[in-house]
Design a protein around this ligand. Structure first.
Ligand code: ADP
Ligand code: MG
Length: 686
C-alpha cells in the first residue's frame, strides 16, 4: 500500500464507506493523509457543577447522588441520574441505555462530558460520554482529539481509524518542500508534522506542525500566481500623453481642492502614464476617500491627448452614475470631450450606435460594465482602462483588451482594505497607491446602535432631516429564503414607511428583482432629490454617491458582515452635511453587540478589518475568502500574515535564482504547483 492506493484497501473500508469518503473528496491514501482535522476536541479540566452554563459542552466530575432511574417506554427508555460534586448537583440523562443503571450503580467517582441544555426543570446534561471510573478521563486530559469534516453517514471515528492506517504510509518522499527551505525556517520534519496535524499531543505541537503546512500552502499559492502573472512582461509605453492646461483649469474650478493623498496618487498615475512602460496600478482608498475624481483625471489625460479611456464599474447602476457625473463635469467645465455609456441592458440599437461612436473615436470617455470589453466593441485608440470597485482585473480581461489594439494603461480602484503583504501577492503585477486621507470638509459620521423599539424615533429623525432638505436610505430587513421575498419585503416596507411619512415625503424603493431601467430611473430620481427616502436591499452597497443623503438606517444589522456594513455606511457622509448611521438590531446577544460596537466607534475601514479579525479570528473577513482564489485549507491571510510574508519572500528568492524551478530539489513542488493551478482553475479566475 502507498499514498496512491485507493482507500478501499484500508481495513474497515468497504465500497459504501469509500463512497462516503469520496463525497468529502477523499479517494486515495494520500488524500486521507492530507485530510486535516477541522478542529480538535480538547479534554480540559472538569468544571465545578455550580459553574455549568446552558449551551456549554463541558466535563463534570463527581459521584452518583441517589438512585439511577430508568423511565419512558420500550422504544425510548430514558436513564436519569444526579451527579454531585462539592459545589452542587446536575441532572444527567441518556436515551436508550437502560443498562447504565447497573454499570454506573457501583459507586465511586464518575466523569461525564457533554452538552448542557436548559429544560423545564433546570439544567440537564444530555447523553454525555462516560468515563468510569474517573481515572479514565485523567488519562485523556489535555490531549487533543481530531474533529474531521464529515459527510452524512460518515462518523468521526471512522475517519480517525482510516487516518491512523493511512499515516503508516507517510514517508519523506511525499514532502514537497525543498529541504533547504525547511531548514531555513526550521520547520518540523515532514513525517512528524503530518502525524502531529492529525494527532497532536498538545497545542504547541499542533501549532508547530501547522506552521509548516500553512507555509507550504501559501508558497504554492504565491508561486502559482507568479507563474501565471509573470508571463506578460510589462509592455513599453507608446502613448503620448502630455500635460494639458484643461486639467489644471479643471482642478482650479473644482469646488474643493484635492486632498494631499489624492494629489500624491494623481501624480503617481500621471508619471506612470507618461513613463517608459504601460501603467499597472492599484489605488486603494476607503469608501468616500474620493477615488472617482482621481480616475476622472486620468481619463481626461487620455481623452485630451486624443486617445480614449474606459471606466468599468461592477454594476449598471454605478456605471450610469459615473456616466452622469462625468458628463456633467465635462459640460460644466467646458471640456470638449464626449462621454459614452455602454451597458448590457441597452437595446441592440443603442448599443450599435454606441459602438459606432466608440469606433470612430467620437466618444473619448467610455463608461460601462463588463460590456466594455466584449468582442463587439472596438476602440479607435484606447490608452487607459480604469476598473472601479473591482477585486481584480484579470489576465483574461487584459488579454481581451490587448486583442483590441495596443495594451492600454491599467488602473484598478479598490475600497477593500487588504493587508499590504497580501495586496503585493494578489496584485503582484501592480504598483500600489494608497489614498489614506479623507476630504477635509467631512464631518465624521455619527453612529448609533439601537433596538427595534427605537424605530419610531428614527423615523421622526429622518422626517426632520428630509424637512431640512436632506435624504435618507433605509436598508430593508434581509430575507434569507429568496430574492423574491426580499423584493416583496422592500415593497411592503416602503409602503408602510410612505404612510408614516405622509404626503410631503416621497419614498422610493430599489431591489435586485427590478428591471435595469426601473433601477436607473429610481436612482436618477433619488440623485435629483425627487425621492427623499430610498428603501432598498443591499443593491446600493457599492459606490453609489448621493452627497445630499445624510441618514442610513440599516435594519437587521446583525445579519451583515462588518465589511458590508462599513460599505453601506459609506453611502452617507459624502458631503458637507453631518451624517448619521443607525444600526437597528433585534438581537440581544453579546457577540452582536460587540461587533456593532466596533462600527459604532470607528469609521476607519482598515481599523474595522483588524478588529473583525480579533473578534472572529480566521474567517471570510471582508469577503476576501469569497473572491474565489483565496480558499486556503489551513492558512488564514490575516492570522498567519507572518507566514504569508515568509512564503512570499521565499517564492521571490526561488524565482529570482531559478525562474522555471528546474533545480531537482523543486521537482515535487513544481508538480504540486501545476496540480494546484488546475484544481483551483486559477487561469479562469485570475
Ligand atoms: P470613493 O472613494 O468611495 O469612490 P467618491 O470618489 O465617490 O468616493 O467621492 C465621494 C464624494 O466626495 C464625492 O461626492 C466627491 O465629489 C467628493 N470629494 C472627492 N474628493 C474630495 C475632496 N478633496 N474634497 C471634498 N470632497 C471631495
Ligand atoms: Mg467609488
Amino acid at each position: 500500500m502507498n499514498e496512491n492506493s485507493r482507500i478501499i484497501e484500508l481495513k474497515g473500508i468497504g465500497e459504501k464507506t469509500a463512497e462516503l469518503f469520496a463525497r468529502a473528496g477523499v479517494r486515495t491514501v494520500g488524500d486521507l493523509i492530507r485530510y486535516y482535522p477541522r478542529s480538535y476536541e480538547i479534554f480540559e479540566d472538569p468544571v465545578p457543577i455550580a459553574e455549568v452554563c446552558e449551551g456549554w459542552v463541558c466535563t463534570v466530575s463527581g459521584a452518583v447522588f441517589g438512585r439511577i432511574q430508568v423511565s419512558g417506554n420500550r422504544n425510548m427508555q430514558v436513564t436519569t441520574l444526579y451527579l454531585k460534586d462539592l459545589t452542587g448537583t446536575l441532572k444527567v440523562i441518556w436515551f436508550r441505555m437502560p443498562f447504565l443503571r447497573t454499570t454506573l450503580g457501583k459507586g465511586g467517582a464518575l466523569t461525564l462530558r457533554g452538552r448542557v441544555m436548559r429544560k423545564r426543570d433546570g439544567l440537564v446534561m444530555e447523553h454525555p460520554e462516560i468515563y468510569y471510573p474517573s481515572s479514565k478521563y485523567e488519562e485523556k486530559k489535555d490531549s487533543m482529539q481530531p474533529v474531521y469534516t464529515l459527510t452524512a453517514g460518515l462518523t468521526n471515528n471512522a475517519v480517525v481509524k482510516a487516518v491512523r492506517q493511512a499515516l503508516e504510509c507517510v514517508n519523506a518522499r511525499q514532502d514537497i518542500l525543498p529541504e533547504s527551505l525547511a531548514a531555513k525556517y526550521d520547520f518540523m520534519p515532514y513525517e512528524a508534522a503530518v502525524k502531529k496535524m492529525h494527532f497532536p499531543e498538545n497545542k504547541g505541537e499542533f501549532l508547530e506542525a501547522r506552521k509548516r503546512f500553512v507555509f507550504e500552502e501559501f508558497l504554492i499559492f504565491t508561486l502559482s500566481l507568479r507563474r501565471l502573472k509573470d508571463r506578460e512582461d510589462r509592455a513599453g509605453n507608446t502613448f503620448e500623453l502630455r500635460d494639458c492646461p484643461e486639467i489644471d483649469r479643471f482642478l482650479e474650478e473644482l469646488p474643493y481642492s484635492l486632498t494631499g493623498a489624492q494629489r500624491k496618487v494623481w501624480n503617481e498615475i500621471r508619471s506612470d502614464m507618461q513613463g517608459d512602460f504601460i501603467m499597472s496600478r492599484l489605488v486603494q482608498g476607503d469608501v468616500g476617500s474620493g477615488k472617482t475624481v482621481v480616475a476622472f483625471l486620468a481619463l481626461l489625460l487620455a481623452g485630451l491627448n486624443r486617445y480614449q479611456g474606459a471606466l468599468m464599474a461592477p454594476t449598471e447602476v454605478l456605471a450610469r452614475q459615473h456616466y452622469e457625473n462625468i458628463s456633467a463635469m465635462l459640460e460644466e467645465h467646458h471640456i470638449p470631450l464626449q462621454a459614452e455609456l455602454l451597458t448590457g441592458s441597452m437595446t441592440a440599437k443603442q448599443k450599435r450606435e454606441a459602438y459606432e461612436r466608440i469606433e470612430s473615436g467620437e466618444a473619448s470617455i467610455v463608461i460601462g460594465t463588463h460590456a466594455l470589453i466584449q468582442e463587439k466593441v472596438s476602440y479607435r485608440d484606447l490608452a487607459l482602462v480604469v476598473t472601479d470597485e473591482q477585486h481584480r482585473f484579470g489576465v483574461k480581461q487584459r488579454e481581451a483588451l490587448a486583442g483590441k489594439g495596443k495594451m492600454p494603461h491599467i488602473l484598478v480602484m479598490s475600497a477593500t482594505p487588504i493587508p499590504r503583504t497580501l495586496a503585493i501577492i494578489l496584485y503582484g503585477d501592480l504598483d500600489i497607491s494608497v489614498i489614506d486621507e479623507m476630504p477635509k470638509n467631512r464631518l465624521p459620521i455619527k453612529n448609533c446602535v439601537v433596538d427595534t423599539g427605537y424605530r419610531k424615533t428614527a423615523y421622526n429623525f429622518m422626517k426632520k432631516q428630509v424637512e431640512d432638505g436632506r435624504q435618507c436610505y433605509v436598508i430593508c430587513p434581509m430575507v434569507e429564503e429568496s430574492e423574491a421575498l426580499e423584493a416583496e419585503n422592500v415593497l411592503d416596507y416602503s409602503e408602510m414607511l410612505s404612510e408614516i411619512m405622509g404626503d410631503s415625503v416621497r419614498v422610493g424603493c430599489l431591489h435586485g428583482r427590478m428591471k435595469q431601467q426601473e433601477k436607473d430611473e429610481i436612482m436618477e430620481s433619488f440623485g435629483k432629490n425627487e425621492i427623499q427616502i430610498l428603501v432598498s436591499t443591499t443593491v446600493v452597497e457599492v459606490g453609489i454617491d448621493v452627497p445630499n443623503a445624510t441618514v442610513i438606517m440599516i435594519e437587521n444589522a446583525e445579519r451583515f458582515g462588518l465589511a458590508q456594513l462599513h460599505q453601506l455606511r459609506g453611502r452617507v457622509g459624502r458631503g458637507k452635511y453631518q451624517s448619521y448611521c443607525i444600526f437597528m438590531t433585534g438581537s440581544k446577544s453579546d457577540e452582536t453587540k460587540e461587533r456593532l460596537d466596533i462600527l459604532n466607534h470607528s469609521n476607519d475601514g482598515f481599523f474595522i478589518a483588524g478588529e473583525d479579525l480579533r473578534l472572529r479570528g480566521p474567517g471570510d473577513l471582508f469577503g476576501i475568502r469569497q473572491s474565489g482564489i483565496m480558499n486556503f485549507k489551513l492558512g488564514d491571510v490575516f492570522q498567519d500574515s507572518v507566514i504569508l510574508k515568509q512564503a512570499a519572500e521565499a517564492a521571490g528568492e526561488m524565482l529570482g535564482k531559478d525562474p522555471e524551478l528546474r533545480n531537482p530539489e523543486y521537482t515535487r513542488l513544481s508538480s504540486a504547483l501545476e496540480r494546484y493551478i488546475t484544481d483551483q482553475n486559477l487561469e479562469a479566475t485570475l
